[in-house]
Design a protein around this ligand. Sequence first.
Ligand SMILES: C=CC1=C(C)c2cc3[nH]c(cc4nc(cc5[nH]c(cc1n2)c(C)c5CCC(=O)O)C(CCC(=O)O)=C4C)c(C)c3C=C
Ligand SMILES: [Fe+2]
Ligand SMILES: [Fe+2]
Length: 343
Amino acid sequence: MKGVLLVNLGSPESPTAKDVKPYLDEFLMDKYVIDVPFLLRALLVRGIILQTRPKKSAAAYAKIWWDEGSPLVVISKRMHAKVKQLVNVPVSLAMRYGNPSLLSGLQELHDQGVNEVLLFPLYPQHAMASTTTILELAEEHRKKYFPEMNFTIVPAFYNKPDYLQNLADSIKGHLKGYDYDHLLFSYHGIPERHIRKTDITKSHCKIDGSCCNTPSPAHEFCYRHQCYETTKQVVKLLGIPEGKYSQTFQSRLAGDKWLTPYTDVEVNKMPEKGIKKLAVVTPAFVSDCLETLEEIAMEANHEFKAHGGEEFLAIPCLNDSDAWCNTVSNWITEWVAVEKTNA
Ligand SMILES: C=CC1=C(C)c2cc3[nH]c(cc4nc(cc5[nH]c(cc1n2)c(C)c5CCC(=O)O)C(CCC(=O)O)=C4C)c(C)c3C=C
Ligand SMILES: [Fe+2]
Ligand SMILES: [Fe+2]
């Protein structure tokens, strides 16, 4: 029997340092997120980062927290509830970190007799820190607890026409009546090293001006290429002229060189370039979360205005919009049909 596991990133249990600390420990001790040898990672994370960050992060989470809980988890649950109504196979929801856990999601499907699982990471672009870690942990659980299960993976959907159309339609709707000077596409950043590690050709990704535009098998797993492609296709659908949009990367941690240009640096420079009315969209996330609601809608908004900007619009993620839930349900239904044909 077939079933689906939708997987998102996850959040702490509450916006307190006490709950943020174990969440960040699980997140940052993941070898696909901070990809250095265990002892160095433990020293970095437990010896340095966790000494101060939980308090700072908890304060940021407190600013965006809803009565029902973390926006990311609440939105994922709403989306899950809608998708469940639209398809005729069991659908469970899990988080890579925190709850509901990946193990509980697989267990829920197993308890309903599911042995053919469509694993659906809710990330448009592939990255080892987001997608690979889900697939590896799911496989670990499968081997240990559910050896009779088979997985089919939903690949990164950064260039799928219906996803792009949903994104373009959503942006268009939010921009209606907002006579913006510039539209910024801000993606979650990753260390440049992650791009080199996921280059299956081991030679293509130079992280320069041209590699991401030159066709290569590396692009199947190149986060940077996939971000550029999402931007390019959405801009095409919306007919936005060159110069009226740009792309940046946000949310870096100190230490490594992360993908550039950095969102905060670029946003702060915009007012002096004549950009007074800014709109920002965050297509690395399908659900609003700390990174969109606090870092962009609050922090970037504040900094933009402090540097002379006048109006700032943070465009919401696709969240549990009917259009996006329909797209997800259609992909699931297509998979169920293909499986039936092959059976
Ligand atoms: C080395 C550190 C990090 C990498 C690499 C990274 C990649 C990455 N993250 C997301 C999605 C999300 N990240 C979120 C929060 C968040 N990310 C990091 C660090 C890395 N992310 C930290 C430390 C945090 C926690 C908050 C903080 O202390 O600043 C979130 C929000 C979660 C929420 O509860 O709202 C998301 C979503 C992707 C897609 C990605 C790789 C592309
Ligand atoms: Fe992150
Ligand atoms: Fe590239």
